[in-house]
Design a protein around this ligand. Structure first.
Ligand code: GAR
Length: 206
């Protein structure tokens, strides 16, 4: 029997604008080979959970603070992901480091969106607004966003898509973050998700 769609778990920690871009892409048909089956958060108050609920998508939360170890935290995540039948994972503003044990479990099935042109301004300690602050401090004239596969090296996996964004003279980390999201992240994350889901679907059906 041919599988119709790849089930996707989206892992979030915050506002969830990238999750929203995926939800919108699902509605518009940009994302058609995959379907968001679960939104999983490591923060109980993440607004992303509300966005998922509004779209009728099942949600779950795994708090690291109630887990005894990183291993238990990851085991809980894997349990929820597998219970939902998800075969692909998108990290959409998920602010927790994942070990090799986790990334190897879903090899070439985890995507992450990062708000810079990797290999600039990436790796441990570079997340959220800090990335844009570092880019402005360096004085780069062009920045952007990257979607890449996730392996055990933070922001070190194979690059899937990138998009450049021009820095303006009067940018603050906040204005730059917004423009990078709008012009790059919200476009390349749905596109890369469709690309990988389509390839997984093709491999499954043949
Ligand atoms: C996004 O800009 C995303 O690229 C970044 O966090 C933000 C989450 O926003 N991720 C990282 O910095 C990962 N290293 P969102 O919750 O509105 O999607």
């Amino acid at each position: 029997m041919k599988t119709k769609k790849i089930k996707i778990a989206v892992l979030v920690s915050g506002g969830g604008t990238n999750l929203q871009a995926l939800i919108d892409a699902q509605k518009s048909g940009i994302l058609q080979s995959g379907k968001i089956a679960l939104v999983l958060s490591n923060k109980a108050d993440a607004f992303a959970l509300q966005r998922a609920a509004d779209a009728g998508i099942p949600t779950a939360t795994v708090l690291k603070s109630v887990c005894l170890s990183q291993e238990q935290f990851e085991d809980e995540l894997i349990k929820k992901i597998e219970e939902a039948g998800a075969e692909m994972i998108v990290l959409a503003g998920f602010m927790a480091i994942l070990s090799k044990k986790f990334t190897a479990h879903f090899e070439r099935r985890i995507l992450n969106v990062h708000p810079s042109l990797i290999p600039s301004f990436c790796g441990e300690g570079f997340y959220g607004l800090r990335v844009h602050k570092a880019a402005l401090e360096k004085g780069v004239k062009v920045t952007g966003a990257t979607v890449h596969f996730v392996n055990e090296i933070p922001d070190g996996g194979e690059i899937i898509l990138q998009k450049a964004v021009t820095v303006r003279d009067n940018d603050t980390p906040e204005t730059l973050q917004k423009r990078v999201m709008r012009q790059a992240e919200w476009k390349i994350l749905p596109a890369a998700t469709e690309k990988v889901a389509a390839a997984l679907l093709e491999a499954k059906n043949h």
